[in-house]
Design a protein around this ligand. Structure first.
Ligand code: JD8
Length: 250
């Protein structure tokens, strides 16, 4: 059983997600327990203030440390070796999430996911209460909520007994670090376009060989960064979770 607590100022964003997604299924099957908390429940101010202007000036607002640290410590305990949960802040400053990291997180017992908003959170929250910062990719979101949902979905689908078909728990699109090749289903002809003959041949060995060749060709074409790195500069391979280099393939 994986317990996941989320701290957010937009708890309603998680309602359909918790109900309808894989997380809902995991919850029903007793594999995961997702609990979403409103950061404002840890405020003591009359107007339930969670944010304030940044010291030094600049646009926007910053999440105040008081309510956030109180929330995190209530859910995870104080930072340190005795803490029983892993506290993750979703943040553009975090390490980019890769499948290798998802697999490690899926073995944890308790995750506390902290969602920032506005211009982010006071640095002292990170220093005093956060174990790890994670980003889901190099593009700008308005807050950590969608990133937290991506992480939750990636992790919960790996929990044993969550997916109906255990074979599909494998790392489909990155199996062997390769993209998947094209997929087809019925009808055998659609708008004049057929289906590759090999897939209808019934020869499972030939099908497997064709799929592997398609996967390699597509990966070379679309995501050469996923292929074996050459020596020297390491372009980084999400399949292995190795560190990102300077992005150049040498
Ligand atoms: C958390 C606020 C908004 C807007 C600075 C920090 C993750 N991969 C990712 N992209 N963006 C986020 C992310 C963005 C967030 C917050 C996560 C809290 N923002 C930005 C521009 C100004 N803030 C993310 N994980």
């Amino acid at each position: 059983m994986l317990r996941i607590d989320v701290v957010t100022i937009f708890p309603a964003l998680f309602e359909p997600f918790a109900r309808e997604s894989m997380v809902g299924i995991a919850g029903q099957r007793g594999k995961a327990d997702l609990r979403v908390h409103d950061l404002r429940d840890w405020t003591s101010y009359r107007h339930r203030t969670v944010d304030d202007a940044p010291y030094g000036g600049g646009p926007g607002m910053v999440l105040k440390p008081g309510p956030l640290v109180a929330a995190i410590e209530a859910l995870a305990g104080e930072k340190g070796p005795d803490r029983e949960a892993r506290v993750i802040l979703l943040s553009p400053q975090g390490q980019r999430l890769v499948q290798a990291r998802v697999e490690v997180l899926a073995r944890e017992a308790h995750l506390v996911l902290v969602c920032g908003r506005y211009e982010g959170v006071d640095q002292r929250v990170i220093d005093l209460a956060v174990d790890e910062e994670i980003s889901i990719g190099d593009y700008v979101l308005s807050g950590g909520e969608v990133a937290a949902m991506a992480l939750i979905e990636a992790v919960t689908r790996l929990l044993p007994g969550v997916l109906g078909n255990p074979e599909s728990t494998e790392w489909e699109s990155f199996r062997d670090g390769l993209l998947e090749g094209p997929q087809f289903t019925r009808p055998p002809e659609f708008r004049g376009r057929g289906v590759p003959e090999v897939l209808r041949s019934g020869d499972h060995g030939k099908v497997a060989g064709w799929r592997k060749a398609q996967a390699k060709a597509r990966t070379r074409e679309r995501r050469p960064d996923l292929l074996e790195p050459s020596e020297g500069r390491d372009p980084g391979n999400p399949a292995t979770g190795r560190e990102q280099g300077d992005g150049r393939c040498t």
